[in-house]
Design a binder for this molecule. Structure first.
Ligand SMILES: Cc1ncc(COP(=O)(O)O)c(C=O)c1O
Length: 349
């Protein structure tokens, strides 16, 4: 069943059919339905578009991580998961499935990742922005969101570019009181020591979580994002997703990384240790006014003498993101290797 909040257009479409061989190898062991080259081996076949096994592997792997769960175990299955071409495709799919161009309004809490607004404008949607509250910009402006009453609200938690995380309960409260869809982009959740909103999925079917394998999982080049949501939402999104975007070699690499995650986990530990170190060192520098608390693998740093200090960083051939348009005098710097971080510190001294 298509989700009742989806665009009416979707009810006129049909689902792309999975390649039969992935369904039941015995029943369909000769597949002459796809006009592919029969002499060219495994990659001559279309990729599996259901990826049931890989979805279960993803769920099992994240279930082993503390940050995934707050109060109770989850009962998610492969039906609650959709792999996308990066989480960028995930947000595009949500906009296309649930909001009517020239009619619906979406809401974003700023400063935040600019892609939400970008794709919403491309879809001819009206974008209303509400400012995040508090001196660390980590408090949700729930009343403002409710007064706009958008079709979808996009929250980035932990947030890009501030790196801060809001309390999971505030997202729960929003899901409780808001009738539209709440999309929480958790692109950086693996670096947070505070809980994800994932455990609320079983209670709120207006909650949608976006994840990505581009950041902590180190697979940006493979393009794999993840949508976690109710079965009905995932089913609905399948009507509009371009089929076969998740290629066979990408599926193979992702599977390998998820089945043997220890090396990746060890890098997360290193990155969070480096974050503590860099934060401390930065707070002692005269050229730094403020460092935002970070639940991510980057830091938002407010500089003294902004232009002069940023010029020094550039002179050291280090590229950081100028965020002064969203938070005055600020930059966003990713955590690099120990050596790269040290060079960044030297540039600021
Ligand atoms: C908050 C956030 N969401 C999504 C993305 C995009 O991720 P992907 O590579 O999965 O498209 C980024 C990348 O910078 C990001 O910062």
């Amino acid at each position: 069943m298509i989700h009742p909040k989806a665009r009416p257009l979707l009810s006129k479409l049909s689902l792309p059919s999975p390649i039969k061989k992935y369904f039941s190898a015995e029943e369909w062991n000769i597949d002459l339905s796809n006009n592919t080259n029969p002499y060219m081996g495994w990659y001559a076949e279309y990729p599996d578009i259901m990826q049931k096994d890989l979805k279960e592997i993803y769920l099992n792997t994240i279930a082993s991580l503390n940050f995934s769960f707050t109060d109770k175990p989850l009962t998610l299955t492969h039906d609650n998961v959709l792999f996308t071409v990066g989480s960028m495709e995930g947000l595009d799919l949500l906009l296309r499935a649930f909001s009517e161009p020239n009619q619906d309004v979406i809401c974003i809490a700023t400063p935040t990742f600019p892609a939400y607004e970008h794709w919403a404008l491309i879809h001819n949607l009206r974008v209303e922005t509400v400012p995040l509250l508090g001196e660390n910009l980590n408090l949700l402006p729930q009343e403002d969101i409710l007064s706009i009453n958008p079709k979808i609200v996009f929250l980035c938690d932990p947030n890009n570019p501030t790196g801060t995380k809001c309390k999971a309960e505030s997202i729960k409260n929003l899901c409780d009181t808001f009738d539209g869809l709440v999309v929480v982009d958790e692109a950086y959740i693996e670096f947070s020591d505070q809980p994800s909103s994932l455990s609320y999925l079983s209670k709120y079917d207006n909650l949608i979580i976006l994840r990505t394998l581009s950041k902590a999982w180190g697979m940006a080049g493979l393009r794999c994002g993840v949508i976690l949501a109710s079965k009905q939402i995932i089913h609905t999104l399948r009507y509009i997703q371009l089929p076969f975007g998740f290629s066979t070699p990408a599926q193979e690499r992702v599977k390998e990384r998820l089945l043997y995650p220890e090396e990746t986990f060890a890098t997360w530990e290193k990155i969070t240790k480096n974050r503590t170190f860099l934060m401390q060192e930065l707070s002692n520098l005269k050229s730094v006014r403020k460092v935002f608390q970070s639940s991510t693998n980057f830091l938002m740093v407010v500089l003294e003498n902004f232009h002069e200090t940023l010029y020094r960083v550039k002179q050291h051939h280090i590229h950081v993101l100028d965020c002064s348009a969203s938070v005055p005098n600020s930059i966003r710097v990713s955590l690099g290797t120990e050596e790269q971080n040290q060079k960044f510190l030297t540039a600021l001294c």
